[in-house]
Design a protein around this ligand. Structure first.
Ligand code: PEP
Ligand code: MG
Length: 598
């Protein structure tokens, strides 16, 4: 009998791409390891009344075991990654000590006589349900802590081993709905080569962990867990927030090139790290980076940035019930100053509102949150909160070079008011003989068109300007910066935006103050030539783009850049400007163009 011929053409799985939020840079090509959280089903088992005390004892035993496991993780993380990262596990311990939750479980056990596993899981699910629907952001964020601890307790009750990434055998891309801090804390470092998750934002636990582990991560992919199976081929591009599933040979080839380029870039960076960001004809640029958390500073320095051009302090106020105390803030700012010294850290005062809501404050939901009660407007209305932050910054300024910056200034009255509060705080400190840097620079963010157009007036009140293009563009073009439906209208190269930037730079220079940019536009390498030519003195971007920007600055003469900026200002549409800028980049810095324009 003839053997049936084996079909050579195995059906190829269809390639598709998911877009999420870039959480940690780098590119990985590998195999998926889905960490599904199988729905835990617990039989509804009745227990004889006389056994209830035994069930309670089992429950207490599982709590003790869970507690010692969490303490061990806490210790390990504190030792390896610092106390700040270990704080998450403090929240886990709090769940174990929640008397209302534990009391309800014990009461139910005594009333209903179901097994402790069933009773515990039933009560916990109800808690999670209620909390996940809460209006309070802080309470919603506790859901993952409760889930994480809950599963650990349940596994201890069932006598099952806690499934972890610790025993991962092969190098894998971990795909999960979310990654709990315990998952990431205990994982096998060498074998986890990237993360891709359904939920999460830039500051979620997963993102923070991935960055400090220096592995690529994309979060907020929405449906990654339902898109891959164990061993599926997957590409994670943490630079752009893209994940490709079942990539074709051509795609793998394309990403292998991108990956190699990126790695070459990283190496290149080491060579550029200690070199100045100076044009061949001698224009020196201050090249800094943006941070959200003090722990991001190591990344800033590793990428050769000279200081921090924007420290978004509002993240300090998030994920907590209480306000950060003055001392707590002082410690963080002081650490930042010390780590970055001799360079400077621009500490931006609280920028609450817009898309950044804090659970501690009863801030009404404005119809138009980006134009509402936010940032400096909020701080001027709450001098108690504002003063505590100013005092902390001033006190920390004694330990390094700090600069202070107010967000969302829209006119000179606001700026004068903020400065007057700052002066009161200085006077208080002087009275108490508390030392601070008397020459600390004070600046205003220019992110509202009215501020840009009156920057000649504002310049008299400050030592520097930093242009916040994320907001400036949305206000100037009337394009909501977070609405994906009109994203095509959000054009940094729009002539109106360029004219506003030019006005700010010229007015700043006339008043002899320096002008920087800390919005995302400062990190758009296709526009670096124009921004350089417009005369910016400082660029502050995410650390990963610092080397690319430095490379451009180091090879293009300032006189050339000025001509390009002039040409850009003469064009009538954003598209024309963008096309011209790309063509110049291709010609003048071909290696960068290859990396960014493909
Ligand atoms: C900006 O608006 O450009 C900016 C840097 O501030 P944020 O993105 O925090 O609003
Ligand atoms: Mg802003």
């Amino acid at each position: 009998m003839k053997k049936r011929k084996k079909s050579k053409s195995r059906k190829r799985l269809k390639e598709f791409t998911l877009r999420g939020i870039p959480a940690a840079p780098g590119i990985t090509i590998g195999k998926a390891y889905p960490l599904y959280d199988e729905e835990i089903v617990i039989p509804r088992k009745k227990i004889p009344e006389k056994m209830i005390e035994n069930e309670i004892a089992r429950f207490k035993g599982a709590l003790t075991k869970t507690r010692s496991e969490i303490l061990a993780i806490h210790k390990k993380i504190a030792k390896e990654m610092g106390m700040e990262k270990a704080r998450i596990f403090g929240a886990h311990l709090m769940v174990l000590e929640d008397e209302v939750l534990l009391g309800e479980i014990i009461a139910k056990l005594k009333q209903k006589f179901f097994s402790v596993e069933y009773t515990f899981w039933d009560v916990l699910k109800k808690y999670v349900n209620v909390l996940s629907k809460s209006d309070d952001e802080y309470l919603r964020e506790r859901v993952s802590d409760i889930n994480d601890v809950g599963k650990r307790i349940l596994k201890n009750l069932l006598g099952a081993e806690h499934r972890s990434l610790e025993k991962l055998k092969k190098k894998s891309v971990v795909v999960s709905y979310d990654l709990s801090p315990s998952d990431t804390a205990m994982m096998h470092r060498g074998n986890v080569i990237a993360f891709a998750t359904d939920i999460g934002a830039r500051t979620s636990h997963t993102a923070i962990m991935a960055k400090s582990l220096e592995i690529p991560a994309v979060v907020g992919l929405e449906s990654i867990t339902s898109s891959v199976g164990e061993g599926s081929s997957i590409i994670v591009d943490g630079n752009r927030g893209i994940v490709v599933i079942n990539p074709s040979k051509e795609t793998i080839k394309k990403y292998t090139i991108k990956k190699k380029r990126f790695e070459k870039f990283e190496k290149h960076l080491l060579q550029l790290k200690n070199l100045p960001a100076r044009t061949p004809d001698g224009k020196e640029i201050e090249l800094a980076a943006n941070i959200e958390l003090p722990s991001d500073i190591s990344n800033v320095l590793a990428h050769g940035a000279k200081g921090v051009g924007l420290y978004r302090t509002e993240y300090f106020y998030m994920n907590r019930k209480d306000l950060p105390s003055e001392d707590e803030q002082f410690e963080a700012y002081k650490q930042a100053a010390l780590k970055v010294s001799p360079h400077s850290v621009v500490v931006r005062t609280l920028d609450l509102g817009g898309d950044k809501f804090l659970s501690q404050f009863e801030v009404p939901h404005d119809m138009n949150p980006f134009m509402g009660w936010r940032a400096i407007r909020f701080c001027l209305a709450r001098p108690d909160i504002f003063k505590a932050q100013l005092r902390a910054i001033l006190r920390a300024s004694y330990y390094g070079k700090l600069r202070i910056m107010y967000p969302m200034i829209s006119g000179v009255e606001e700026l004068k008011q903020a400065n007057s509060i700052l002066e009161d705080v200085r006077a208080e400190l002087r009275k108490k003989a508390i030392p601070f840097d008397k020459n600390m620079e004070v600046g205003a963010m220019i992110e509202v068109p009215s501020a840009a157009l009156t920057s000649d007036v504002l310049a008299k009140e400050v030592d520097f300007f930093s242009i916040g293009t994320n907001d400036l563009i949305q206000y100037a073009l009337a394009v909501d910066r977070v609405n994906e439906k009109i994203a095509y209208l959000y054009e940094p190269a729009h002539p109106a935006v360029l004219r506003l930037i030019k006005t700010v730079v010229d007015n700043g220079h006339k008043a002899k103050i320096w002008v920087g940019m800390c919005g995302e536009m400062a990190g758009d390498v296709t526009l670096t030539l124009i921004l350089l030519g417009l005369g910016l003195d400082e660029f502050s971007t995410s650390p990963i783009v610092v080397p690319e920007i430095k490379r451009i600055i180091r090879v293009v003469k300032y006189t050339q850049a000025k001509k390009i900026a002039e040409e850009a200002l003469s064009l009538s549409t954003g598209k024309e400007v963008a096309a011209m800028a790309k063509a110049k980049l291709k010609k003048l810095v071909p290696d960068i163009a290859l990396e960014t324009l493909k």
